[in-house]
Design a protein around this ligand. Structure first.
Ligand code: NAP
Length: 277
């Protein structure tokens, strides 16, 4: 049996994947072993993406690796590159990476540029790979609302074909079970429909029993209040604001059939996600 490793198992996507492939006895590579999920058959190794030596040690003997992209940070590109180098050094045979729709050096959503950089590093490593380019997560869109229930950002009437985290995990697990069938593939993972933020707010309100609404704003206003409220660095502000402008410009609007094609089931809707289906 080939050896499978999964990162990010202390988070949403990685944890679900780890559960789905538990019978394959995955190696869970985590930052903090005390927080690793207890999954019968799984083993645990410790590494952070920025620690080359720990990465090599954790990845030794791994045939197939699911690399869940790291939390956004100023240093994420370098961290990803270090871990990908470690994977190559350790002799990983196939790397599956959670990327982003529209990943490109000039992606409208600025974090899509990080994902392109990671994709490039993986291509350059020579490791066989599969890219799962995820749309925004359906799970998190309603969480953009503030205390008053307002989702505020420069998205206008743009549409977003957001995908359930559970569907990303289902696709990843399918790929990990038969990696050879997915070598060199890039999948574009979306939900079943493209929604405006106004629709996200209205439909979430019905399920959550809480009044949510969307308020459009200018790009200038979007930067100004976020800068004042959070004192965040420019890269972070760019990421937050471009989440909305990418939707405004319909860069996240294309609906694909890839979730169904790979996982064998229909993609979950916003309601499915909010109801935990
Ligand atoms: N498509 C979208 O809308 C969207 C939204 C948010 C995030 N994302 C991306 O999708 C990824 C998975 O989503 P999720 O919901 O499962 O995220 P999550 O619940 O925050 O889990 C992220 C996982 O990655 C691990 N991790 C983060 N930074 C790391 C690093 N530098 N080195 C090693 N491990 C690291 C975390 O470990 P710890 O438990 O130790 O922190 C955690 O296990 C995120 O990490 C992010 O890159 C996409």
């Amino acid at each position: 049996m080939s050896t499978l490793a999964v990162t990010g198992a202390t988070g949403h996507v990685g944890r679900r994947v780890a559960d789905l492939v538990a019978d394959l006895q995955p190696r869970l590579i985590v930052r903090d072993a005390r927080r690793a999920p207890e999954i019968a058959g799984a083993t645990v190794a410790r590494a952070t993406y920025d620690d080359f030596d720990a990465g090599v040690a954790a990845l030794r003997g791994v045939d197939v690796l699911l690399m869940v992209s790291a939390s956004e940070s100023r240093t994420r590109r370098a961290e990803h590159r270090t871990f990908i180098r470690a994977a190559a050094e350790a002799g990983v045979g196939h790397l599956v990476y959670t990327s982003f729709i529209g990943a490109a050096p000039d992606a409208a959503f600025t974090l899509g540029r990080d994902h392109f950089d990671a994709e490039q590093a993986i291509r350059e490593s020579g490791i066989a790979h599969t890219f799962l380019r995820d749309n925004f997560y359906l799970d998190v869109l309603p969480l953009f609302a503030d205390q008053a229930g307002v989702i505020r950002g420069p998205a206008g009437d743009g549409r977003v074909a957001a995908v359930a985290r559970a569907d990303v995990a289902d696709v990843a697990a399918t790929v990990l079970r038969s990696p050879a069938e997915h070598v060199g593939a890039t999948y574009h993972l979306t939900g079943p429909e493209a929604l405006t933020f106004a629709e996200v707010a209205a439909r979430s309100s019905v399920v959550l029993g809480r009044d949510l609404r969307f308020e459009d704003e200018t790009v200038e206003a979007a930067y100004a209040w976020r800068r004042a409220a959070y004192g965040a660095e420019d890269w972070q502000l760019d990421a937050w604001v471009s989440t909305y402008t990418a939707v405004r410009d319909d860069e996240m609007a294309t609906v694909t059939d890839d979730v169904r094609m790979i996982s064998g089931h229909a993609p979950r809707s916003l309601e499915d996600v909010l109801l935990g289906r």
